[in-house]
Structures are given as structure tokens and as C-alpha cells.
Unconditional design. Sequence first.
Length: 122
Amino acid sequence: MKRIAVALVFLLLTGSAFAAQNSNTKPAKPMKPEPADCSKMTDDQINAAVKDKLAKTPSLKDATINASTSAGVVTLTGKVKTGQLKGVATNQVKRVACVKKVDNKCETEAKAAPAAKNKNAK
């Protein structure tokens, strides 16, 4: 009789342990930051956030990018190595809160022209 009682207690405890490990539960979603109140955000604050975002982007480390903001429209000027990096800069600035539009006037560095082939060389 004792063995049956012990076995029942053991089964009850192991069953509840497995039930507590429900694999169907979803992990908690990370909290989204509250949207910024753009009516209270000045162009200087937006510009500071843009410069910070560009400075923290590793692929733009070697780029020389200046930013200016007027009425939520950010204008980028300077030089980047490739057109792809120009697009990266535009996309990063679009992610900054309260940016309405990005006008990217950055120039790409000119690639060295390939050496001309000499038809007479052997």
C-alpha cells in the first residue's frame, strides 16, 4: 500500500513539473519605445538624433556626412564611398523619430578609371 501511495505522489509531482514547462507559451515581446511627440521636438533635437544615428552606424564610419534639419526635413551632404552607402545613410536617417523627409545630396567618391588596354602590347 505504501508503494502505491509513493508511486502516486511521484507521478503527481513529475506530471506537474512537465505541465509547468509548457512549450506553447510565447516569449514576452520587447516593449516598443513610446512614439516621440514631434510637436515638441525642435529641428536641433532632430539634427542631434540624426548625427548620433549616423555616428553609430558602423558602415558609415569612414564617410563624411553633414546633416541639417528644417521643419523635419533632413538634408545630408558630404562624401560616401559608394551609392550603396548613400542609401544606408538615407535609411538610417528615416528611422529617426520625427524625420518627415530625407534629401540626400551626398556625393559618391569617383572610382579610378580602369587602365586602358594597349592593343599593340604583346
